[in-house]
Design a binder for this molecule. Sequence first.
Ligand SMILES: [Zn+2]
Length: 199
Amino acid sequence: MRLFAATLATETNTFSPMPTSLDGYRQSVFFRPGEHPTDAPRMCTAPLFVGRARAKKEGFELIEGSCFAASPAGTTNRADYETMRDEILGQLKAALPVDGLLLGLHGAMVAHGYDDVEGDIVERARAIVGPKCVIGVELDPHCHLTKKRVSKADIVVLYKEFPHTDVVERAEDVMASCRSPSPIVSRTATWPRSARACW
Ligand SMILES: [Zn+2]
């Protein structure tokens, strides 16, 4: 089994006139493959962190993509968003074939020209990996849920705690659900060709 993991996340306040640039990401989380910390996940990077631990323990292959995350701020610059997104999607293409995709996103990220950033990422990722690859996404409960992101993902799990003390546990849920959809996954399916789990 081959899985790919990456993160692109921030919580956007669209009322803020100050755009978020690459510098905002560099100040928080800006890790390329080979640079990921090993001690703990940073911000929305728990899916990669958990995937790495599981891969080592269970013997499957995890391809580590880039992780970018910025503290809550204004709308992300279009070119900067596209740069980070396309870097991750390029890594995903290079990693094919993959059986699963683990994405650490926020759910309330907005970039200039992209009101539904997470939907854009998941839609483009789906076009790359095809219909059989399982796409699992971890989101912050302060997220929006759009039809696009839910229809293009298989598994969507939100943190349940505030402060967000359960990011690793919820990433474990994403991981477990991607590997073997459980009865709860079947029961919670509500949309046609939709996330098999969203809770
Ligand atoms: Zn939050």
